[in-house]
Design a protein around this ligand. Structure first.
Ligand code: ZN
Length: 254
């Protein structure tokens, strides 16, 4: 299994990345995409990736963080992205859940496009964070084509919208929310999209799958997501491993 979205660069784990990686590998995780959310966490993601064979990095400024950064930070992201262990720009996108102010939302759009341009310039895929505002996200992706596509991390959109993102070269990422008792949409989507369209993720330390919901998440719990997806798609866990791993390797050219 590949954890296509986790934060070993989070305060909770960055002091002991070796321990984290070993524990997760013992639980069947073969590789990790450690995702940055601001300049500092992107730098740490690159550092961890350089020191660990199975860890790759994504660098970028999260939509909820863009208002806190300066122009200079985007230049630094571009420099960091040239490191050979950096395989994506992310997580970037829109977060309308936390930001209701139209000016802030417009700035999120502007900086999302700006970071798509960095990805295209360096020929990298992107990792998208989109909480609410999926229509705006889709419109941006249609008007600013991402050459290498990427991942819609923690896909929370409708079944009807899923093919639109897939058509644009995006894989849909599924994690802990597929295991939550009250979640409907992610279950409905993962049950019916093509086998070539999905990847697994934890988003650790967030969104811990059942039955551990409430504690900090960890890549070692990825098997819980994998097993739930197998149940929902009515295939074996081994088949989920195989399909999701192939999908990631294809889009990220590994
Ligand atoms: Zn994340």
């Amino acid at each position: 299994m590949i954890d296509t979205h986790c934060h070993i660069n989070d305060e909770a784990y960055l002091a002991h990345p070796d321990e984290y990686i070993l524990e997760a590998r013992c639980a069947g995780v073969s590789a990790f995409l450690n995702v940055g959310f601001d300049l500092k966490s992107s730098r740490i993601a690159v550092e961890i990736a350089q020191n660990h064979e199975y860890v790759y990095a994504a660098v970028g400024i999260h939509p909820s963080d863009v208002k806190k950064v300066g122009e200079h930070d985007f230049e630094e992201i571009e420099k960091l992205a040239k490191n050979k262990k950096v395989i994506a720009i992310g997580e970037i996108g829109l977060d309308y859940y936390w930001d209701k102010d139209p000016d802030v939302r417009n700035y999120q759009k502007k900086t999302f496009i700006q970071q798509i341009e960095i990805a295209n310039k360096l020929n990298l895929p992107i990792s998208i964070h989109c909480r609410e505002g999926l229509e705006d996200c889709l419109e941006i992706l249609k008007n600013h084509k991402v050459n290498r596509g990427g991942i819609m991390h923690c896909y929370a959109g409708s079944l009807e919208m899923a093919p639109e993102f897939i058509k644009l070269g995006f894989l849909l990422g599924f994690g802990g929310t597929t295991t939550f008792k009250n979640s409907v949409r992610p279950k409905e989507v993962i049950a019916s999209i093509p086998s070539t369209a999905y990847v697994l993720e934890t988003d650790a330390p967030y969104l811990t799958p059942e039955p551990f919901r409430g504690r900090p998440n960890h890549s070692k719990y990825l098997y819980l997501v994998r097993n739930k997806i197998a149940e929902l798609r009515k295939i074996t866990p081994e088949q989920v491993d195989k399909e999701s791993t192939e999908n990631f390797k294809r889009v990220f050219d590994l």
